[in-house]
Design a protein around this ligand. Sequence first.
Ligand code: FES
Length: 222
Amino acid sequence: MADPPKFDKKSRYTEGRGIAGAFEGETVTRRRLMEGGAQLAGGVAVAMIALPGLGFALGPLFKETEPERWEDVGPRDDFNKSTYVPKVINISPGVGDAGKTTVYVREYNSKRDTKVKGQDPLPYVAISTRCAHLGCPVRYIQASQKFVCPCHGGVYGYEGEVQGGPPVRPLDRFYTKVENGRVLVGKRFSLNSHLERFPHPRDPSNHLDGLWQYLYPGRPTT
Ligand code: FES
C-alpha cells in the first residue's frame, strides 16, 4: 500500500497544505476569503455610521470662529462693583430683534470675585441671561444678589455660580474691554464650576467639569 502523500503545513499554496478542493496556484482558502470580505464589509458599514457622527461632534472645534465683534454698552461711569446693570446687545447681527439678548454688566471686584489661577481677570463682568440648564432667561434680584430662572427654579449666586436647581454649570459670560472710556462687550464664553474660562462656549445643559468637557465640544456660534 502506497504511503499517504506528505504535505507541507507552511506552504503558501492551499494545494501544498492538502486542503480539500484546493486548486493549483490558490493561496487563500475560500473560508478565509469570505471571512475577510465579511470583516471588510462590517468595517465599511461601521465607518459609514461613525464618521458623520464624529464629524458632527468635532467639526465645530475646527471651524473658523466668529469674526471678533465688540458692542459698546456705555461709559465706564454707568457701572460699579456691587450692582449689575442690564444691557441689551446684539449677538446675531442680521436677524433683527431675534439676535438681541440682555447681559448683566458690572465692574470686576478684586475683593469679591473669584480669581482663577493663570487667567487675567477681565475689567468688567458681563453675565449672560441664558440659563445653563435649558436656556430660559434668568433675572438678577439685587436684594438677594442672585440670578433666578423662572422655568425650573435654577438659582445662581453673585458670580453666576450654581447655587440650586438643575443647572449644570455657571452662567456664561462675555469678554469685556475698555476703550476711550467706554465699556465694550465681545464674544461669549462658558465656565466650569471653578469659574475657569472655556473660550469656545457650550450649549445649555452641557457639563464642563472633569471629563465632561471632552464629551461636549465647544460651539463657537452657540
Ligand atoms: S431652564 Fe433654567 S432651570 Fe431649567
